[in-house]
Design a protein around this ligand. Structure first.
Ligand code: NAD
Length: 328
């Protein structure tokens, strides 16, 4: 297997192009999946408070380090500040909680998970707090508590000053919000993590980030597949069933998943596919021994349908009785 290249962030840190996603990685299996992934050569883990499994991810990291598979400094760990912790006084405690759960004394990259500020929920009341403020209420809903992005960002910058995180960034940000943040940030965002797959190519956002020194991470690289299990998409819509991608894969002796990931890497960003299956984990990392031609890249990009699965404008209303669009 060819080794995984890295992209260089503002701090000079190297971010491996393929990482392991951990959203919906279920309790009881996450620790062993993380350990196996590290054994298989993964050196980049994508985590978040909201995934509710950072403690187990930490157990997997520790098991791999204790077994001599890798050292702490060999791995790149991302985590994300949840929506309920945007006020300046909550940012550091939230980061420290993540550090404690992961069993680490620094995080490589800490992102603002969504540009959505929700009313604070104390750790002892509920962790992770998720989206609904009071699940016991007669009409459970989100409670928006607006916080200026500049306030949250200054607190993120202080995490870098304190040595708790190496790089800071954002997730689910559009060009306008990013442009505003870039205008005043003392420490500029290193990364913007957004949904990207052949049915949502976001050409302008990817280009804008690149031109402004912001490395992009593509999440949900297989599109619908991740959302079918939670009733937000149909499995048939998965990019892995696409004929064009299938045919390109056959030509290279690669699976549709590998073609989708290779396309992402050749577009010049990092990508974080999730799998709990060891064979698929290995397959997803094994995308650096073939190259897509210009025509193949264009054919895959041409599949774009602007199909966004992870759209708060849709799911906040359906699932949380609150209308809160961010991409419009
Ligand atoms: P994904 O596109 O990685 O798809 C996961 C699904 O694909 C799983 O059902 C898995 O079994 C299947 N799969 C994985 N490899 C396969 C292969 N080789 N062949 C066939 N099927 C395969 O979806 P995702 O989990 O939504 O996204 C990846 C990661 O991105 C997440 O785990 C998380 O870390 C991150 N993420 C971030 C945000 C955010 O708001 N920042 C949102 C969603 C996801």
């Amino acid at each position: 297997m060819s080794s995984c290249p890295s992209l260089v962030l503002r701090s000079g840190a190297k971010m491996p192009q393929v990482g392991l996603g951990t959203w919906k990685a279920g309790p009881g299996v996450v620790a062993s999946v993380v350990e196996e992934a590290l054994r298989a050569g993964y050196r980049h883990l994508d985590c978040a408070c909201d995934y509710g499994n950072e403690h187990e991810v930490g157990q997997g990291i520790k098991a791999a380090i204790d077994a001599g598979v890798c050292k702490r400094e060999d791995i790149f760990v991302t985590s994300k500040l949840w929506n309920t912790y945007h006020h300046k006084e909550h940012v550091r405690p939230a980061c420290e909680r993540t550090l404690k759960d992961l069993g680490l004394d620094y995080i490589d990259l800490y992102l603002i998970h969504f540009p959505i500020s929700l009313k604070f929920v104390p750790f002892e009341k509920r962790y992770p707090p998720e989206w609904i403020h009071d699940p016991e209420a007669a009409n459970p809903k989100m409670e928006v508590d607006p916080v200026p992005l500049s306030e949250t960002w200054a607190a993120m910058e202080e995490l870098v000053d304190a040595g708790l995180v190496k790089d800071i960034g954002v997730s689910n940000f559009n060009c306008q919000l990013l442009a505003d943040l870039l205008s005043y940030a003392r420490i500029k965002p290193s990364v913007n993590q957004v949904e990207l797959h052949p049915y949502l190519t976001q050409e302008f956002l990817v280009r804008f980030c690149k031109e402004n020194g912001v490395v992009v991470t593509g999440y949900s690289p297989f599109g619908a597949l991740s959302y079918a299990s939670i009733g937000m998409a149909k499995e048939e819509e998965s990019v892995l069933n696409n004929e064009v991608i299938g045919k390109i894969g056959e030509k290279h002796g690669k699976s549709p998943a590998q073609v989708s990931l290779r396309w992402a890497c050749q577009r010049g960003y990092t990508v974080v596919p999730k799998s709990a299956n060891i064979d698929r984990l290995k397959q997803n990392l094994n995308v650096f021994d073939f190259e897509l031609s210009q025509e193949e890249m264009e054919a895959i990009s041409g599949l774009n349908r602007n199909r966004r699965y992870n759209d708060p404008g849709v799911f906040t209303e359906l699932a949380f009785n609150t209308f809160y669009p961010i991409h419009n």
